[in-house]
Design a protein around this ligand. Structure first.
Ligand SMILES: CC(C)NC(=O)[C@H](Cc1c[nH]c2ccccc12)NC(=O)[C@H](CCCC/N=C(/NCCC(=O)O)S[C@H]1O[C@H](COP(=O)(O)OP(=O)(O)OC[C@H]2O[C@@H](n3cnc4c(N)ncnc43)[C@H](O)[C@@H]2O)[C@@H](O)[C@H]1O)NC(=O)OCc1ccccc1
Length: 229
């Protein structure tokens, strides 16, 4: 296998599973206790801001109790080895890629540790809880500060740069994702149509596994370091 010149990596919840961040499919994960449309849509935020804030405040607080694992660290090593020609796109809203040493992470679904004003777009770093009634420091409106995450029905971030980088890559690697949520789940088909080699590293075959040139199944903390070395 010729050494790729530029690699595009997409990650999902599976890469953070061994750090203790539940995936969306975990039987006792956060998503097993709530309905997606009750916590991760703009409509839910309008209908029940307390419930939505509590859901994300709890996940943000949970980040204090977890740390990056060997899969995150291996991708940081790959970033150093492929200075500038590695694109790392994650669907995850946790900060474990950065805590694993990666510096150029594209969070296409946003970040738990950021907040945004739904009225004026003001953004800030967010460590503690967002309080429902707090006022936006920029426009002074209250009840508009929300987690800076992409909810269902909202446009993911950085899509133009993502597709540009994807088309310029010669290897697409998908790690720890079930391929259930679009547009991320469509990246493998896009890569194939562009003649790019595709590799899946996942605990089990994902919904889109049949599309990959190669699939290796097992835990990320074992598969990713083995892929990088
Ligand atoms: C449910 C699904 C069918 N719905 C969608 O896809 C929707 C609607 C839609 C759009 N296009 C479509 C086309 C067809 C059908 C539906 C749609 N998409 C949207 O609404 C998107 C926005 C979607 C983003 C929503 N926000 C998230 N997250 C942030 C918030 C939050 O986190 O709270 S999505 C969220 O769910 C997804 C969960 O998936 P995974 O990360 O893969 O996690 P999962 O648990 O499912 O799987 C884990 C995998 O890991 C593996 N694993 C487990 N342990 C390990 C281990 N140890 N090692 C290795 N692997 C492991 C498991 O085997 C498993 O395979 C991620 O994307 C995650 O970010 N927006 C949009 O379309 O806007 C308009 C648009 C867009 C583009 C252009 C024009 C218009």
């Amino acid at each position: 296998m010729p050494l790729p010149r530029s690699i595009f990596v997409l990650t999902g919840a599976g890469i953070s599973a061994e750090s203790g961040v539940e995936t969306f499919r975990d039987t006792n994960g956060p998503w097993s206790k709530v309905r997606l449309e009750d916590v991760a849509t703009p409509e839910a935020f309008r209908r029940d801001p307390d419930g939505v804030q509590a859901f994300y405040n709890a996940r943000r607080e949970g980040l204090r109790r977890v740390s990056a694992n060997p899969a995150h660290e291996a991708l940081a090593k790959l970033e150093r080895a492929f200075a500038g020609t590695l694109t790392l796109v994650t669907q995850n809203i946790d900060d474990l890629h950065e805590r694993g040493g990666s510096s150029a992470v594209i969070h296409m679904h946003g970040e738990l540790k950021k907040a945004i004003c739904a009225a004026c777009g003001f953004r800030r770093a967010q460590d503690g809880d967002i309080r429902v009634e707090e006022a936006c420091p920029a426009c002074s409106r209250t009840g508009t500060m929300r987690p800076d995450v992409v909810w269902f029905g909202e446009m993911p971030h950085h899509l133009d740069a993502i597709f540009e980088r994807l088309e310029a890559a010669d290897l697409f690697v998908s790690i720890g994702t079930s391929g259930a949520v679009y547009p991320a789940a469509g990246f493998v088909a896009h890569a194939k149509n562009a003649g790019i080699r595709t590799l899946e590293l996942n605990l089990e075959p994902s919904d889109g596994s049949w599309q990959f040139d190669e699939a290796r199944h097992g835990t990320a903390s074992r598969l990713v370091p083995a892929f990088v070395d």
